[in-house]
Design a protein around this ligand. Structure first.
Ligand SMILES: Nc1nc2c(ncn2[C@@H]2O[C@H](COP(=O)(O)OP(=O)(O)OP(=O)(O)O)[C@@H](O)[C@H]2O)c(=O)[nH]1
Ligand SMILES: [Mg+2]
Ligand SMILES: [Zn+2]
Length: 313
């Protein structure tokens, strides 16, 4: 039988079989990804083949090749990685400009890593209800949206609390596997609950995140949507991260820089202080947003790109 992993708790995996039944499975045999050591052989989103045992539970014996996956490097020195999720069709970055404030640097690092993982990203600005009487914040929101829409990232503004424009998100997520990420407290779980009233994901007051246990293992979980598709809610993930990325590659994950880098005088230009650099010229004439370029410089100067869980802090 075949199915998809919707939850993993260490040694047991919850599988949604293709016929719609839910089955608990364990693993037989050794599964490895080429080149990396992982602490978990199977992750949420994996498509697997399994056989039923007499006790009504199953044994996974094969994993289909992954279309993509995101991993988290372990914080100890074992050099092992943890696969957080696999086979995503898209990533939603949930952003708020107030309570808590998501910075441009955070958005840009997220988009960079989504590009590198080949996961199409959409930015959802939540909590717009808080801005209704705040023209300055509303203006800032529209400025943010304009920057990212120009690059080609779809942007939407919603309010999970007021349930405004949630139908748009339903349309975007129908029949897809969608990873939902963003700072703790931006309203990821509240939004998912608004999209499917049958889901009752735990939501919290913002201050709660400060009291989370320090070494709680966080497992991603995939939720079936009642209108078709799945949501992967990633509690406490601050940002996506890459295990390895060369400096020369970084431009390629900023689409607006990648598009013009051939016009730089030097073909090994890193767009920092080289003469006749097309990227620097585009920043100067406003074609490329200064905030994006600042993020680029920060990443080039070695800002940490690994996945950070808020619990690690
Ligand atoms: N005003 C306002 N508050 C919201 C909105 N969406 C969520 N909230 C509130 O923000 C707080 C955090 O929401 P959650 O859905 O728990 O946030 P989360 O992103 O899932 O947080 P973690 O699970 O810790 O990563 C809760 O108190 C929500 O009620 C919104 O659209 N407007
Ligand atoms: Mg949540
Ligand atoms: Zn250049």
């Amino acid at each position: 039988m075949n199915g998809v992993v919707i939850k993993s708790t260490g040694s047991w995996y919850s599988i949604l079989a293709d016929d719609g039944t839910a089955i608990e499975c364990r693993i037989k045999g050794v599964f490895r990804i080429k080149g990396i050591k992982t602490t978990n052989p199977v992750a949420v989103g994996d498509r697997v083949a399994f056989e039923m045992e007499a006790d009504g539970r199953g044994v996974i014996h094969a994993i289909e090749d992954r279309k993509n996956y995101i991993i988290r490097r372990s914080i100890n020195l074992s050099k092992q990685s943890h696969i957080i999720a696999a086979n995503m069709d898209q990533a939603f970055l949930i952003v708020t400009l107030a309570l808590p404030r998501t910075s441009a640097g955070f958005i840009d690092r997220f988009l960079l890593t989504a590009e590198a993982y080949h996961i199409p990203a959409t930015i959802i600005f939540n909590k717009t209800d808080l801005f209704e009487d705040e023209p300055d914040l509303m203006q800032e929101l529209h400025d943010f949206m304009a920057i990212y829409q120009k690059i080609g990232y779809p942007c939407y503004k919603v309010s999970a609390i007021k349930q405004s424009d949630i139908d748009i998100l339903k349309g975007l997520t129908k029949d897809k596997i969608t990873l939902v990420s963003g700072h703790s407290g931006v309203g990821k779980s509240t939004l998912v609950n608004a999209m499917d009233a049958k889901l009752h994901l735990k939501t919290g007051e913002i201050s709660d995140s400060h009291f989370k246990g320090k070494h709680t293992t966080t497992f991603a979980e995939m939720h079936a949507l009642n209108y078709g598709g799945f949501i992967i809610d990633t509690p406490g993930i601050k940002e996506l991260g890459l295990v390895d990325m060369e400096k020369e590659e970084i431009t390629d994950y900023f689409p607006e820089m990648h598009a013009i880098k051939d016009q730089c005088k030097f073909n090994n230009c890193l767009h920092i202080n080289e003469p006749k650099c097309a990227v620097i010229a585009a920043v100067e004439n406003g074609e490329i947003a200064q905030s994006r370029y600042n993020s680029y410089l920060g990443i080039m100067s070695g800002e940490e790109l690994d996945i950070v869980y808020e619990n690690d802090k």
